[in-house]
Design a protein around this ligand. Structure first.
Ligand SMILES: [Zn+2]
Length: 214
């Protein structure tokens, strides 16, 4: 099964993606991670990301397609998070899968309001050393400001600051929203209310995918 997970910033798609890819044995691809990796060696990309902006549509598509070709083992089923964001990217990805005799089996959209997302994102902290993610409201560390795992310092990522969040949301509204509407019309979309406990959302997704839990 090839899955795509969509959702506004702060909808918790990373958490669900991890659980689902483990459960369903999928190759987990996260474009946020890919872009940050890319940013390490490319200053222009780094500036785009630190400003909370998205890498231009076509460039991102090319980068992802190359990555898929080079790094994803043949015949693997993929869970994609953060890509595709545009209708054009969706179509490119579909084409790539078709060339491997595969298809996108389901697209899950995690729905959240902007107000709720901003509240969640501004609480997000990340460990400087190991990258573990916390939230001062929903998932605080045992000791304030320190990572439970490695005692590293917890910091706020630049793109989780309020100004950057606003920009990310504007991009989401202008682009991914169009993709969601497009898929809604094709009846390819599973919509889930993302403002509920993690496990409730997870179980609902499994149920809607027709996967038995246990
Ligand atoms: Zn840590």
């Amino acid at each position: 099964m090839n899955l795509v997970l969509l959702g506004a910033p702060g909808s918790g798609k990373g958490t669900q993606a991890e659980k689902l890819s483990q459960k369903l044995n999928l190759f987990y691809l996260q474009t946020g991670e890919l872009s940050r990796e890319w940013a390490k060696t490319d200053k222009r990309i780094r500036n785009i990301i630190n400003g909370g902006k998205l890498i231009p549509e076509k460039e991102m598509t090319n980068y992802v397609m190359k990555y898929l070709e080079k790094r994803v083992p043949k015949g693997t089923n993929i869970l994609f998070e953060g890509f595709p964001r545009f209708i054009s990217q969706y179509e490119e990805y579909e084409k790539w899968l078709a060339s491997k005799r595969q298809k996108i089996d389901a697209v899950v959209s995690l729905d959240i309001s902007e107000k709720e997302a901003v509240k969640r994102l501004s609480g997000r902290r990340i460990c400087e050393k190991c990258g573990e993610v916390y939230n001062v409201i929903t998932n605080p560390p045992k000791e304030s400001g320190k990572c439970d795992k490695c005692k590293g310092k917890l910091i706020q990522r630049d793109d989780d600051r309020p100004e950057a969040i606003k920009v990310r949301f504007r991009y989401y509204r202008n682009n991914t929203k169009k993709l969601i509407d497009y898929l809604d019309n094709k009846e390819k979309l599973i919509r889930v209310d993302a403002v509920r406990p993690i496990n409730v959302i997870y179980l609902e997704i499994l149920e809607k995918l027709g996967v038995k839990n246990g």
